[in-house]
Design a protein around this ligand. Structure first.
Ligand code: MIG
Length: 643
């Protein structure tokens, strides 16, 4: 049962697609304090809080404050409060060993502005939702089980995005593939190594001076033919699109956007100038129907060249600086000149420069023309990236309604899940970020983002071979499986390492698993179910299962328990029932063992990956193939654990 409570005068987000009339009676599950702009819930000792989409920290969000404010922050450390996305859906639940005395509750806070979730941070037993303006629709969902609540919620937000099947294959990316020849080399090396590959991603380096929908003709001559050449090899090129449009006379998209008045403007009516990768840029007003349609139609430029997938970046939007703020900073700096800086003013001075990018004040400097209203950006900040993804998704519907186009975005809000997936942004080559990747998945799936994953091997910092190996052992089970790294970091394409065969075995296993992965994915989309979930979502009465935060069920047949500790040759795994372990060294070489419910130390050397099949379930395994399209769906072997 879903109830909607309306507070103030909410700005619509189009995240919910089913009309639900607001309640007339006041909210009961939460204490509403209008003057404090707060909703308060009293947590029981054993309550677990799931959700909030792609955030930092664990599967259980209790014990921290989360700030729904989409931010481009490449340091996903424990002390942070925001990442790139705001998915304000949570479930409060607790283990009910015997009778279901207390039922789980779902809550969705539909507010495109800043919202803070203090989940037992200030007081471990109190969950506060703090609003900047108390203008929000709050949905309260009661259900029989966690999965039932997920299903009810997903039903009201509409069906999740489905990518083309090849997008379930392996993708290689790196920021700094500077030329077509470099891409050819990547493809050649993967082929030489015998490692399957379906896509190579193009980062901003393919563009002409980082101008959206342009090609650097010198580095990528005859792009259309290059796309075809790659496709003949079975490789899909996936270019990046950034949110900012370069200010440059003669650049048609800039000129058109100006002429049609489609860029975000300041209070005084001038277009906002913000610097991002292309230098001075303007932001298309994705919230405006006409501007969104206009920008969406631009994807056709690349679709017409044979491109079948894109990733949308920098759409929080990230701002290096605005020209207005920069001028203020220079004035400020001038005012320090010749002064004897005491400690206080020195830190102020330093802070003035250090806080130039993604500055909160800059998000108050511009406006949207949204549903006939002039709305200041910070009031709708969290739906900007969503509407960029929507621009693309709606355009694909118009341009090629019968074809699935790959689309995933960095920034998101619930609603964007209908138009694309997400990747989790600039993680680091840290062991703790393997675990973070695992822990981000359930929250994303709950909010409808099923096609998701993180940069395998870590984006920033230097990766080691064992880290990339262990990370891959998680990622082969997730829908989006892409190795990506930042310019300047150690190279981490699989063929660069010593144990190429070890990586080949893992990617082969991924391709063998695709029938299961694809079915599980499609089931999650069609039935509003979870793709990756913690044990407690299935074993609601098993107290021990509720304490497992580093294992996942992938669909309801198999459980994974990846190793994420350097130099560890195994780990403890909790089995919520008797299960059959399959320990893979390759798709051909594995051992099977039935293990009893309970805790087990599972030995898994660097080249081994263990999965666990539930009783009465089976795992289909295809023969490995070099491309998804080459998987022989008829030649499937099954590993089963019959009851
Ligand atoms: O400010 O395009 O998250 O995947 O490689 C960095 C360069 C901009 C951030 C993305 C990352 C991408 C990078 N981009």
């Amino acid at each position: 049962m879903i109830k909607k409570y309306r507070f103030g005068n909410p700005i619509p987000t189009d995240s919910v697609v089913i009309d639900i009339a607001p309640e007339t009676a006041p909210i009961t599950i939460f204490e509403a304090d209008l003057s404090e702009r707060r909703l308060r819930y009293h947590l029981d000792k054993k309550d677990v809080v799931y959700g909030l989409g792609e955030t930092i920290r664990g599967i259980n969000k209790r014990g921290w404050t989360y700030d729904s404010w989409n931010s481009d922050d490449p340091n996903h450390s424990e002390d942070k409060h925001s990442l790139y996305a705001s998915q304000n859906f949570l479930i409060i639940a607790s283990c009910n060993e015997n009778a279901k005395a207390k039922k789980p509750i779902g809550i969705y806070v539909d507010d495109p502005g800043r919202v803070i979730f203090d989940i037992g941070y200030t007081d471990i037993d109190v969950f506060d939702i703090l609003f900047e303006d108390f203008d929000a629709d709050v949905y309260v969902i009661e259900g029989e089980s966690i999965l039932d609540i997920v299903k009810q919620f997903r039903h009201i937000i509409g069906k999740s995005y489905i990518p083309p099947k090849w997008a379930f294959g392996f993708g290689q990316c790196r920021w700094s593939y500077m030329t077509a020849d470099e891409i050819r080399e990547v493809v050649r090396e993967y082929k030489k190594a015998g490692i399957p590959l379906d896509s190579v991603y193009l980062d901003i380096d393919y563009m002409d001076h980082y101008k959206d929908f342009t090609i650097n003709e010198e580095a990528f001559p005859d792009f259309e033919n290059f796309v075809k050449e790659m496709k003949d090899e079975g490789i899909h090129l996936v270019p990046i699109i950034d949110a900012g449009v370069k200010v440059e006379d003669g650049y048609d998209i800039y000129e058109e956007g100006m002429k049609k008045d489609y860029f975000c403007k300041k209070e005084n009516g001038e277009v906002l100038t913000a610097a991002v990768w292309p230098g001075r840029s303007h932001f298309p007003d994705f919230l405006n129907d006409d501007a969104r349609r206009w920008f969406g139609d631009k994807y056709k430029i690349l679709l017409d060249m044979g491109i079948e997938g894109f990733w949308n970046d920098m759409n929080e939007p990230a701002i290096f600086y605005t020209t207005d703020h920069l001028a203020e900073v220079f004035d400020k700096i001038d005012s320090y000149k010749g002064k004897n800086l005491d400690i206080q003013s020195f830190f102020e001075f330093k802070g003035t420069v250090a806080s130039i990018d993604n500055n909160i004040e800059d998000y108050k400097r511009f406006y949207h023309d949204y549903k006939g209203q002039k709305v200041r950006h910070d009031k709708v900040h969290n739906i900007f990236g969503y509407n960029m993804t929507r621009a693309a998704g709606e355009a694909f519907e118009r341009i090629c309604p019968d074809k699935r186009i790959l689309m995933f975005s960095r920034s998101s809000y619930i609603g964007a899940h209908r138009y694309g997936g997400v990747w989790c942004g600039d993680n680091l080559s840290w062991w703790s970020h393997i675990l973070l990747n695992l822990q981000q998945m359930p929250g994303l799936n709950m909010s409808g983002f099923v096609f998701s994953g993180a940069d395998v091997g870590g984006f920033g910092a230097d990766a080691t071979e064992d880290l990339v190996m262990r990370w891959t052992q998680l990622a082969i089970f997730l829908p989006l499986f892409r190795n990506h790294s930042a310019m300047g970091t150690r190279r981490q394409e699989y063929y660069r390492f010593k144990d190429i065969q070890g990586f080949k075995n893992l990617v082969d296993l991924r391709y063998a698993l695709i029938p299961y992965i694809y079915d599980t994915f499609m089931n999650a989309v069609e039935n509003d179910a979870m793709y990756a979930m913690p044990l407690s979502f299935i074993y609601e009465n098993d107290e021990r299962a509720w304490n497992v935060y580093d294992q996942l069920f992938i669909g309801d047949s198999i459980m994974i328990a990846p190793v994420y500790t350097q130099n560890a040759e195994g780990r403890y795994v909790y089995l919520p029932e008797d299960m059959k372990m399959i320990r893979f060294r390759s798709t051909e070489d594995y051992d099977e063992e039935v293990l009893e419910k309970g805790d087990h130390y599972i030995q898994t050397g660097l080249n081994e990956v263990a999965i666990f099949i539930r009783k009465g379930h089976k795992l289909p395994l295809a023969q490995p193939a070099m491309r998804v399209a080459d998987i022989d769906e008829k030649n499937i072997k099954e590993i089963s654990y019959l009851a």
